[in-house]
Design a binder for this molecule. Structure first.
Ligand code: BES
Ligand code: ZN
Length: 470
């Protein structure tokens, strides 16, 4: 409870630096672009994207890999795709065991927000209870004798988490609480490297650490720690394939439109990454009835936040032939933040070099008069898995063009829909959609397929004007 009140206060503060009126005035709906572009820009409906973001981030909330909430999100996506006329496939996979836990203190019996260190011991169904003992930064000389059989409270910094842990174990501590030395809305996840502790190790925020110390100055504070190992969990990717249709072609190219739908713990993940999911869903809807030369695969990844697990699983399941035919993977991850400084749409590629995705989107930007694009060398999202398989891939993400920073509420409980810009969802949906459509509708210069039909005029693709799907 206390945590939520703190978050609410911070929310009010942060709300003041978000662009005012971000949900109004949709741009660009007609205007620029070729006749083909207009098939996208006139149909892309960011109201629908906002509904997806609302459902994922508000009705479901945090969607941590392996949880019921993540599964609920996958089911929502699957139902939408089916409604748009696709056959869907859900690809399940196991994820690594993880530690989850609770920490309460005698001060007020409230549960503190914690992250369990990777390499921590579990408490094996029992509670570890003891007095909290201030142990400085965890140097061997910092541990009072009273720490024996009790819980060491250690400040982050100056040495590795494993050093601190070893020293606390040597001093006889029964558990460790590490508090942050910098401000943050959620605790960090300490890593013990390849080491394994024989006692539980958890992290809390700086604010909570300081509060505990204040309380401990006047009375003994006892902690109850309970760490469980969660095993045999599953995550899933949701896949919809749009086969080429229209005039027969020999084009075997495959184009991917992808986004991850999971989130980090405590975060509703409106920007990261209900935003990318919502744009991919809207593109799936509007592209479905169009005649296209190439196959489009819409792939929604689970378990991105625990190490790109869903996309690695997906790409490793592709046949050699599929990999060879894969032309481009468009990955959307954080494409709608309302943070006023995030005015550039970064196109992150692993090697920093222009590839098929960049070429398509750069050309679309020129046609649509959008000059917000920035080619950048960066990993950290699902485009990495495609790149590693040798497939041209890029990740789209809004950032500050000066500093490359992400919004301040990234990966926090404040990543909520009120800080999403519908205008940017619309602009980026139109831009990426135009690039995707341009790539799939014809024999583009960066196409890989051989033996194309002679004619490079694909005007027949314009003849059909399908009814938009409800
Ligand atoms: N959407 C984020 C952030 C991101 C994407 C940062 C692209 C930079 C470029 C993504 O979901 C994320 O948080 N990635 C992790 C790494 C991943 C391997 C777990 C990160 O950057 O900490
Ligand atoms: Zn993300």
């Amino acid at each position: 409870m206390k945590k939520q009140i703190t978050w609410m206060a911070a929310l009010a503060l942060l709300a003041s630096i978000v662009q005012p009126g971000i949900a109004s005035a949709l741009p660009n709906k007609a205007g620029n672009g070729s006749a083909f572009d207009k098939k996208i820009t006139e149909r892309f409906d960011s109201d629908r994207s906002m509904e997806h973001i609302s459902y994922l981030s508000e009705n479901i909330g945090p969607r941590v890999a392996g949880t019921k909430e993540e599964l609920d999100a996958a089911e929502y996506i699957r139902q939408k795709l089916q409604h748009y006329g696709y056959e869907t496939k859900t690809e399940e996979f196991g994820i690594a065991d993880r530690l989850e836990g609770e920490l309460t203190t005698s001060y007020n019996d409230e549960e503190l927000a914690i992250r369990v260190a990777t390499g921590s011991a579990s408490t094996q169904g029992e509670n570890v209870i003891g007095a909290i003992v201030d142990s400085g930064i965890g140097l061997p000389g910092n541990f009072p004798e009273a720490v024996e059989g009790n819980i060491a409270l250690i400040e982050r910094g100056d040495m590795s988490f494993w050093e601190k842990t070893k020293n606390a174990m040597n001093a006889g501590a029964a558990g460790i609480i590490i508090y942050d030395n910098t401000e943050g809305l959620v605790p960090i996840t300490p890593s013990l490297g390849d080491n394994e502790a024989s006692i539980p190790v958890v992290a809390i925020t700086m604010e909570d650490g300081q509060k505990l110390k204040e309380e401990m100055a006047s009375e003994e504070v006892r902690a109850t720690l309970n760490i469980t190992e969660i095993s045999d969990q599953q995550s899933q990717n949701v896949i919809a394939v749009k086969e080429p249709k229209g005039k027969p072609t020999n084009d075997n190219d495959i184009v991917y439109v992808t986004a991850h739908y999971d989130s980090v713990p405590y975060s509703p993940g409106a920007s990261d990454n209900a935003s990318g999911t919502s744009v991919a869903l809207e593109l799936a809807r509007i592209l479905q009835p169009f005649p296209t030369d190439k196959e489009i695969r819409f792939v929604f990844f689970g378990a991105e936040e625990i190490g790109l697990v869903g996309s690695q699983q997906y790409v490793s399941g592709l046949s050699t032939q599929d990999v060879e035919n894969s032309l481009a993977a468009f990955n959307m991850d954080m494409v709608g933040t309302g943070w006023d400084q995030a005015t550039a749409l970064y196109v992150n590629v692993m090697d920093g070099a222009p590839n098929a995705v960049w070429q398509a989107v750069e050309a679309a930007g020129e046609r649509l008069g959008n000059d917000s694009l920035k080619l950048y060398e960066r990993g950290a999202s699902d485009h990495v898995s495609f790149y590693e398989a040798g497939i041209d891939a890029a990740n789209f993400i809004l950032r500050d063009p000066e500093t490359a920073s992400l919004e301040p509420w990234y990966h926090t409980p404040l990543d909520t829909i009120d800080k999403i810009s519908q205008e940017r969802i619309q602009t980026n949906g139109e831009l990426i959609g135009a690039a995707v459509y341009d790539t799939v509708r014809q024999d583009v210069p960066w196409s890989k397929s051989k033996n194309k039909p002679d004619s490079n005029t694909n005007d027949y693709l314009l003849n059909e004007d399908p009814a938009p799907i409800q």
